[in-house]
Design a protein around this ligand. Structure first.
Ligand SMILES: [Zn+2]
Ligand SMILES: [Zn+2]
Length: 470
């Protein structure tokens, strides 16, 4: 094994971390995309579930017939859901009934965890589809076969909003060419993870090929698999018993780690059949190679220090001597505070301070910005959760449930209300989280980009970690 670039192996850490975060999860293999005669496949969901369980040995199967076939025959949707209930046995086999939203323009998506179908009019209206998914929460969605058949892949995976993002945890990466769409989604800002499914249209649910969706879950139940999918502890493999696990500074793949210049990346690559790896690559934003390892003959379990640069995500892909690929979920990173603007240091305020108190806080936290200057406009204060999702922002554009008072640009008001901050370069305000927000660690990020009266451009950002305890 030979790491390249600015990396080094941290052997001591490997033994410290030998138990790994993945020890708390079990690994399950299955298929999240298949059809029956209820659309353009064969047989019934009963036969598909029994076959996947008994002939293919899958841990889970989702039957996902085309929605436009189900809408005129809604009894088939009811039958599919009843069949999934019949075949779903905790600890033995998870049966899922979803449907495939099959737009002739925008490509297809599998929709899971909804009681109802969507309106067929959404097939021609991508914004409508996204908003109907938000209305159908806790529904979650998978981008299907990117790049196949159609040219408009969800408007080139244009990012919509954190709320839509959080309902789209999966993208199919079944063949090497789809790797570029995975990167395109990540570079657009989506928090997606890859799975390989079979999209069966014949009686071969699980035996069409060796491709599998791998899921690291706490138990073989529908609830646990859905939790693991929404946390993106998944991977795509063309080998039916290969697996990959990544963690970055003890944050499991699929989640968001706090950014540091040197981070500990743990890689576990395994193959149940004893195959090795002919190439192992860790990629970052834009497809940059952050790390390349030489061929490795067997199970690899190592911890390596890497510099993520300004990338907001990294993932691993590896190939076996027989040409079968595996793709990990991404490890996400908190946005680089200075990554989007590289101002001349002399233009930065001398003391741009961000303070949060009390910390931990119980119901409301006071956020103080110091040294921003009197001519600030516009400024943006955002709060992110550990998954990198924005849960609050100021000014509030109404897209996130929150309550910030007073408005940052309401400077005069602010002074009167807050006698403790008399400095003209200080801004104080209070964040009261929406009551639906859970206790936990959040990141307050303040950014500004302004032109002062003297005409000097100034920009900068600062991030503070805050703990919310209800
Ligand atoms: Zn399709
Ligand atoms: Zn399909």
């Amino acid at each position: 094994m030979k790491p390249i670039n600015n990396t080094k192996i941290v052997l001591a850490l490997t033994s410290i971390l030998a138990c790994g975060l993945n020890a708390q999860y079990s690994l399950f293999y299955g298929n999240l995309h298949s059809h029956t005669s209820y659309s353009d496949g064969v047989e019934t969901p009963d036969i598909a579930f029994a076959y996947a369980r008994d002939a293919a040995g899958l841990d889970f199967l989702a039957v996902t017939d085309h929605m436009e076939h189900l809408v005129p025959e809604p009894w088939n949707w009811v039958l599919a859901k009843n069949s999934a209930e019949d075949f779903n046995v905790d600890g033995a086999f998870v049966a899922i009934a979803g449907f495939e939203w099959s737009s002739p323009i925008y490509n297809h998506c599998n929709v899971f965890n909804t009681p109802d179908l969507l309106s067929v009019s959404t097939l021609w209206d991508l914004p409508d589809f996204y908003s109907d998914i938000l209305d159908a929460q806790p529904a979650f969605v998978q981008f299907n076969h990117p790049g196949e058949d159609v040219t408009l892949n969800w408007n080139n995976l244009a990012y919509i909003s954190p709320a839509v993002d959080s309902a789209f945890p999966l993208i199919e990466v079944k063949v090497f060419e789809q790797d570029s769409f995975y990167r395109m989604a990540l570079d657009s800002g989506w928090h997606v993870a890859p799975v390989a499914n079979q999209d069966n249209h014949s009686a071969n649910w699980g035996t069409k090929n060796d491709s599998r969706a791998g899921i690291w879950a706490t138990a073989l139940t529908r609830e646990s698999l859905f939790e693991a999918i929404k946390s993106r502890r998944v991977f795509s493999t063309q080998d039916k018993n290969a697996s990959v696990w990544l963690e970055l500074d003890e944050t499991p793949m699929g989640s968001t780690a706090e950014r540091r210049s040197l981070m500990r990346l743990r890689i576990i690559l395994d193959d149940g059949g004893g195959e090795g790896w002919s190439s192992i690559t860790v990629l970052g934003a834009g497809g940059t190679t952050l790390l390349a390892l030489a061929p490795y003959p067997s199970r690899l379990d190592t911890t390596i220090e890497i510099n993520p640069g300004s990338s907001n995500w990294i993932y691993l892909k590896a190939v076996q001597p027989d040409g079968q690929w595996i793709w990990s979920a991404p490890c996400f990173l908190m946005p680089d505070p200075l990554g989007e603007t590289e101002p001349n240091p002399s233009d930065r305020p001398r003391s741009f301070g961000l303070d949060v108190s009390p910390n931990p806080f119980n119901s409301a936290v006071k956020i103080t910005l110091d040294g921003v200057g009197a001519h600030l406009a516009p400024a943006l204060v955002e709060v992110f959760d550990l998954n990198g999702r924005r849960v609050a922002q100021l000014p509030d554009d109404g897209s996130v449930g929150t309550d910030f008072t007073p408005a940052l640009n309401d400077v005069a008001d602010n002074y009167e209300r807050d006698g403790a901050s008399p400095s003209p370069t200080t801004r104080c305000f209070t964040w009261t989280p929406d009551e639906t927000l859970p206790s936990g660690v959040y990141f307050v990020r303040a950014r500004f980009d302004s032109r002062s009266l003297s005409g000097v451009e100034a920009s900068g950002a600062s991030v503070k970690r805050v703990v919310y305890l209800k």
